[in-house]
Design a protein around this ligand. Structure first.
Ligand SMILES: [Zn+2]
Length: 529
């Protein structure tokens, strides 16, 4: 390490100018391998919050930050304690709807996947009148309000997943097929609660959700994590999903089917309406409270230290769980070991170049991303440098080491002027920008940059993914699909010493070059579009 540093320093001195050597030459693949091998080894037990695996993970990351030369980001500490509330819900008996006096019952979680986000041991919703609320969206900037003229007090709101643009492809309706945040279930839960509904039920459709019913089904019976904000955030008594088949059965009793409801909902001027039906369910909750740690280090800027760029990579994963092929440790080497290595390597490069940035740089490793962006959301509420002075967030997640990629896939393309900066830098590497080809699944809302974006900070998740320099697009797509089908969120997500790191090395250099511009006092200060 010392030797390498000396060589690089002499290189930098010899060239006399930082931009005259290629940043890719500064990337150390060996350091990245070491980081992933360590963080995804069995002794880290799948890096689950609140376990010995957490203690090992956060102390390893803090030691790395310190050894690179990052100062603690939270006063004297590399750690930020995130108070969390964990709720595991269990539905008692059947979920019942009464339509014109006829009782229709469903099994939970197989037909209706509901939970209660309330820190109460028992939650009962009884004979709550059903309201069909279209897509459940109130968006002034799109001149759209599915809540107009209705009082939701004591009512159960039933909504479609996604947003009106998906099914029509009409780009004058929201973003056409690309999902907006209004299409996410998290938004629908938040908005229904704000509008005073007692419960909210989303009709599941695989295309609109981006995943099959098994996902909400299994998450409804596993512990859910929230920031323990002592009731500050409004939540409904019951949240959940109805499977498409169950929704067809229920609505046919009222003379509707999903196609009819969807086309009503997607029409401009839609108005919510009451249904001749009532919803009843009882849930018992197991509640616990604990805290977990975000980890972050800072290099203070020499000119504008109170403005920062934040680079994020969540440290947590799923711990020890259901065994598959005799393995029960969810090591999370790719999700998110390789990305932590990417982030640390960016920090190391800055130190190797030996120039203090003019703005501050924060490397942040949030906790509980897998449980709903809890750590990054908490950081964004209580940041060491305020969100108004955080000029950008560069995130990554699930970087699969499989050689160099020609594309820079931009998850979050079109939301800020970071696009043009990345385009310029990507060109230098002979690469091109690729707006996320699966943007209808809303991946942009599902990783740690999103709490930043939500608060007005230009944010991006950018990496090579879909076009291999060596093997082309088809190969890249099928190797990605193979990762999602066989490795992603499974015990098979293990470290492999034979990985080809050359693509991640290019992604490190890419982020480094972007940062060089962002960290300059008179460099590119991105704006939201
Ligand atoms: Zn991840």
């Amino acid at each position: 390490m010392k030797k390498l540093f000396a060589i690089l320093t002499s290189l930098a001195v010899a060239s006399g100018c930082h931009s005259s050597f290629k940043s890719l030459d500064l990337v150390s693949v060996e350091d990245m391998k070491r980081v992933v091998k360590e963080l995804s080894s069995d002794q880290y037990m799948g890096r689950m919050p609140f376990t010995e695996g957490e203690r090992l993970s956060v102390s390893f990351l803090a030691d790395e930050l310190k050894s690179i030369g990052f100062e603690p980001a939270f006063g004297e500490s590399y750690f930020q304690s995130v108070p969390m509330l964990m709720i595991t819900s269990k539905v008692e008996g059947m979920v019942k709807f009464s339509v014109n006096g006829k009782i229709i019952s469903f099994d939970a979680p197989d037909q209706v996947a509901i939970n209660s986000p309330q820190p109460l041991e028992r939650v009962a919703v009884e004979s709550s009148g059903l309201v069909f609320g279209g897509f459940g969206i109130d968006a002034a900037e799109w001149d759209w309000n599915d809540y107009e003229g209705i009082d939701l007090k004591g009512k159960t709101l039933v909504v479609m997943i996604n947003d009106p643009g998906l099914y029509t492809g009409d780009t004058s309706l929201f973003r056409g097929r690309e999902m907006t945040y209004y299409g996410r279930w998290t938004y629908k839960y938040e908005e229904a609660a704000k509008k005073g509904a007692e419960a909210v039920l989303i009709i599941h459709e695989t295309e609109g959700a981006g995943y099959d019913f098994n996902v909400p089904r299994s998450s409804s019976i596993t512990p859910r994590f929230f920031i323990d904000d002592k009731g500050l955030t409004k939540r409904c008594m019951i949240n959940g999903w109805i499977s498409a088949g169950s929704a067809e059965r229920l609505f046919s009793e009222m003379g509707y089917n999903i196609d009819m409801l969807r086309s009503l909902a997607a029409k401009r001027g839609f108005k919510p309406f009451e249904l001749d039906a009532e919803f009843s369910a009882t849930i018992s909750n197991k509640i616990s409270r604990d805290s977990s740690l975000n980890v972050a280090g800072i290099i203070r800027g020499s000119v504008i230290p109170d403005e920062a760029v934040v680079v994020t990579a969540h440290w947590d994963h799923f711990g020890i769980g259901e065994p598959q092929d005799g393995d029960s440790i969810y090591n999370g080497a790719v999700d998110n070991g390789t990305t932590m290595a990417w982030a640390l390597e960016i920090g190391r490069m800055l130190k190797r170049v030996g120039k203090t940035p003019e703005r501050s740089l924060i490397l942040l490793f949030p906790t509980a991303e897998e449980q709903g962006l809890v750590g990054s959301d908490y950081y964004a509420q209580y940041p060491p440098i305020p969100m108004e002075r955080t000029i950008a967030c560069l995130n990554n997640d699930m970087m699969v080491p499989r050689g160099k990629m020609k594309d820079v896939t931009m998850i979050g393309y079109g939301y800020s002027t970071l696009d043009s900066l990345y385009e310029k830098v990507a060109e230098r590497q002979g690469r091109y920008l690729l707006p996320d080809p699966n943007s209808h699944t809303g991946l942009f809302f599902r990783s740690d940059h999103f709490p930043f974006h939500k608060r007005g900070v230009p944010s991006i998740w950018a990496y090579g993914c879909y076009d291999s320099r060596e093997f082309g697009e088809e190969w890249a797509k099928s190797s990605w699909d193979d990762f999602i089908a066989n490795v992603y969120h499974r015990p098979a997500d293990n470290y492999n010493p034979d990985w080809d790191w050359s693509g991640i090395a290019e992604d490190v250099a890419l982020a480094y070059d972007v940062l060089e511009e962002l960290l300059k006092a008179n460099g590119h200060k991105p704006k939201m579009k």
